[in-house]
Design a protein around this ligand. Sequence first.
Ligand code: SF4
Length: 204
Amino acid sequence: MLKVMAEMFPDAHCELLHANPFELTIAVLLSAQCTDETVNKVTVDLFAKYKSPHDYLAVPLNELEHDIRRIGLFRNKAKNIQALCQILIDKYDGEVPHLHEQLVELPGVGRKTANVVVSNAFDVPAIAVDTHVERVSKRLGICRWKDSVLEVEKTLMKKVPKADWTITHHRLIFFGRYHCKAQNPNCVACPLLSVCREGKKRIK
Ligand code: SF4
């Protein structure tokens, strides 16, 4: 299955625009319940204005809220960004920490965000399970329908060689985002139809 996805999406990669680990962390935090496309539209101006944790703390909360207002849950996210920036300054010299256990303690940063940051910014193998990774893994029968997000992550980590975790995460996302979409997956033209339990049900 992964070989087929690799052939379909040889250039699968993180689609959130960023130039450094700090920008990536902010972009992933903003992307919760929001498309990468919308986040990228907002971060073009955001990253031009705010270049460091100090910059985010130098403005009142309502100004930051206004700057990210096109993103869902923007009030909560603005509050988390300022709290996160304060911790980066107080504990990490203004840098984003490298360790997963340090990242998940930051406001607004959950397991998925930490996995995206360590794998894309620091080259630490990880499989971040977002809505696409979860849906595709379950439709193909790699995981059980009832599995939690954490169970999906653990199953993928068991089945995929560690060196391929990060690229597999990107390929599963591309496959789900552009082919096996939530609504109307393209089963008729799917090269994985013969091994897909969901596809077989849909094509009866
Ligand atoms: S057959 Fe359909 S449900 Fe299965 S992986 Fe392909 S597109 Fe997705």
